[in-house]
Design a protein around this ligand. Structure first.
Ligand code: FAD
Length: 241
């Protein structure tokens, strides 16, 4: 009886899907396509994410919830693509991304989140590392033609960048930590931006985001409201969001 109630609650909170395809897209990033009938009716705004229920959901949230942006959603083919970065640990999210293969079942929450592009912006600035580049890919594709786009994306090495639309500067941290990354702040500082503020989207490691925002506000005179931030992870914290 208890099990039935738990199962019903789980069904209400989560969407059931199955891994249908996996592709290594950079040396440390894998695209995982999840499909299933239940994916036909989802509502998604580019930039939004899902939370995967990794591990045993039978015990009602006995598993771990880990957040991944949707790279692409296709209602017709009842599928969505996530792209996970392998940060090298053996924590639930990265282990699942590493092991994902067709046939594996996975439950996840409906797409959610306010980290999406602002309509009517003078121009858009994107900055973040590998994890952020997944959301950026979807957001960039969603921008109407003719929008002005600037930005910098950091990855470990030259072969570690995702292919993104737009003309974003690519920088490498070369083995250094992505936490509190000076490389990314310097890359944003070097951008040749128009004199008036635009709208910035900063995601990825929390301390790096703070440093990039401090640069935009203190050195370029932007208002804090011009800067949309979404911390995705930080050392020592589990499953942010
Ligand atoms: C809204 C949102 C969207 C996200 N989208 C994506 C996405 O599309 N792709 C993606 O790969 N990630 C994405 N992330 C980040 C991802 O959820 C975290 O990296 C998450 O911590 C991974 O879970 P885990 O179980 O491996 O590690 P956790 O158990 O959560 O953390 C364990 C430890 O691992 C370390 N760690 C976690 N992430 C990283 C990292 N990226 N680099 C280095 N060390 C790390 C930290 O020290 C942390 O304390 C997103 C996060 C949020 C909040």
């Amino acid at each position: 009886m208890k099990q039935t109630v738990a199962r019903r609650l789980l069904n209400r909170m989560f969407v059931a899907g199955e891994v249908v395809e996996v592709e290594q897209v950079t040396s440390r990033m894998r695209r995982v396509r999840i499909g299933g009938e239940a994916l036909a009716g989802l509502t998604w705004t580019p930039g939004q994410h899902v939370r995967l229920l990794i591990g045993d959901g039978g015990g009602l949230l006995g598993g771990a919830l880990r957040t991944y942006s949707i790279w692409q959603y296709d209602p017709t083919w009842e599928s969505m693509d996530l792209i996970g970065y392998d940060h090298g640990g053996d924590s639930p999210g990265t282990s699942w991304i590493r092991k994902a293969k067709p046939g594996m079942e996975i439950a996840f929450t409906r797409p959610d989140g306010g980290f999406v592009v602002k309509e009517e912006a003078p121009y858009h600035v994107f900055a973040g590392e590998e994890t952020a580049s997944v959301a950026f890919g979807a957001m960039l594709r969603a921008l109407p033609d003719g929008e002005r786009v600037f930005g910098a994306v950091e990855a470990d090495g030259p072969g570690d960048h995702l292919d993104l639309a737009g003309d974003l500067v690519r920088v490498c941290r070369g083995g250094a930590s992505a936490a509190g990354s000076k490389v990314l702040v310097d890359a944003v500082r070097a951008l040749d931006l128009p004199d008036e503020p635009g709208v910035a989207y900063l995601a990825g490691e929390a301390r790096t985001i703070q440093a990039v925002r401090a640069h935009l506000v203190n050195e370029r005179g932007w208002q804090r409201r011009d800067v949309r931030t979404k911390p995705f992870w930080t050392p020592g914290r589990k499953g942010l969001d």
